[in-house]
Design a protein around this ligand. Structure first.
Ligand code: ASP
Length: 335
């Protein structure tokens, strides 16, 4: 007989939440018992089933792991009312971005969460994060890939890990939270594109990301071309400015563009959007062929590059697709 509760699938991938107090992934066989001991409420508010996909420190995750999570969600989408994905905080935003591009317009909420301290720690934030994540999955007001942490529900591909010690580990600098959880939960809807397409799990992993700094000698990085790099993300200054001069990255951008390899420009600043028209140092990058990431985080831009290259787009089509809002990751007017 049905309990009337929402059917929620919790997919565990690892992270601090399921670790021992000394910071190692705990025995997976103990995970469900630990949940029952430290966060019993989640089994009361939902008809909750737990599946352990893998149990890794998220720093050890690779794109193949993103695909495992994406495939599991896609295969089980119709069977459950919502999903909670438990995950380490360190690389959660990369996985969230990948899931958002691979599973366009999901029909169910996919709420990622984790914790800053293991469940077994008396001061842990795990139970609180889990309870809110399960509640949000049950309420199903936001059907996209999100991250719940501390008090905020964030769009996954807009989020950044901003704090090592704070329980509020994530923020989404260029998009207000989708919900604030306190005594009650206040949702703040944000537009989300509705894209009719099938899940697509292809990905290109031969990409590179470089953070620019004053005096950087770009000659050191020409070897990337011979090594077969398929795309480059540059973390540039302010609105996307790059240093000019003899050893400037502009020569590398031009060399890559001539070979049909995209270079995307992100900013080292947290807030606002790249604008390559503002200064000579940005225009030089654009003239050499660089593509603005607008107000995307560099993590969302890098994963988007991997996904679009995985679909085999040549440079022109890549440029057009990269500017599009695929899963709420950017503000199209700022591109
Ligand atoms: N190193 C851990 C991880 O990302 C950190 C965490 O979960 O907070 O898996």
């Amino acid at each position: 007989m049905s309990s009337g509760k929402k059917r929620i699938l919790l997919l565990h991938t690892g992270g601090t939440l399921g670790m021992t107090l000394s910071g190692q992934p705990d025995d997976s066989a103990r995970f469900v018992d630990s949940l029952r001991q430290h966060a019993p409420r989640i089994f009361e508010i939902a008809d909750l089933h737990v599946e352990i996909l893998f149990n890794k420190d998220s720093s050890n995750m690779v794109p193949g792991d993103w695909l495992k999570v994406a495939r599991a969600l896609s295969q089980r989408m119709s069977e459950w009312d919502g999903f909670v994905v438990t995950h380490g905080t360190d690389t959660m935003v990369f996985t969230a971005s990948a899931l958002s591009y691979m599973l366009p317009s999901p029909s169910k909420p996919i709420v990622m969460t984790g914790s800053q301290r293991p469940m077994a720690d008396a001061k842990s934030d795990a139970a609180r994060n889990l309870i809110a994540a399960v509640e949000i999955a049950c309420e199903a007001r936001v059907k996209e890939v999100t991250i719940f942490f501390d008090s905020y529900l964030l769009r996954g591909n807009r989020a950044k890990k901003v704090s090592i010690p704070s329980f509020q580990a994530f923020e989404s600098p260029n998009l207000p939270p989708l919900a604030r959880v306190g005594l009650r939960t206040d949702y703040v809807p944000a537009p989300y594109p509705s894209i009719e397409s099938n899940p697509d799990f292809r990905i290109e992993t031969r990409v590179a990301a470089l953070a620019l700094f004053p005096g950087m000698d770009i000659e050191l990085f020409y070897g990337l071309i011979d090594k077969g790099v398929r795309g480059l993300v540059l973390k540039a200054f302010g609105p996307g400015d790059i240093p000019l001069g003899e050893h400037s990255v502009v020569h590398l951008i031009r060399a890559l563009t001539e070979k049909g390899i995209p270079t995307v420009i992100c900013s080292q600043a947290l807030f606002g959007a790249v604008d390559l028209n503002l200064y000579e140092t940005g225009r030089a990058a654009a003239t050499a062929g660089a593509i603005s990431a607008g107000d995307m985080t560099w993590e969302a831009a890098l994963v988007k590059m991997m996904v679009l290259l995985g679909r085999g787009y040549p440079l022109g089509a890549f440029r057009a697709a990269f500017r599009k809002n695929l899963a709420g990751e950017l503000t199209e007017e700022l591109m």
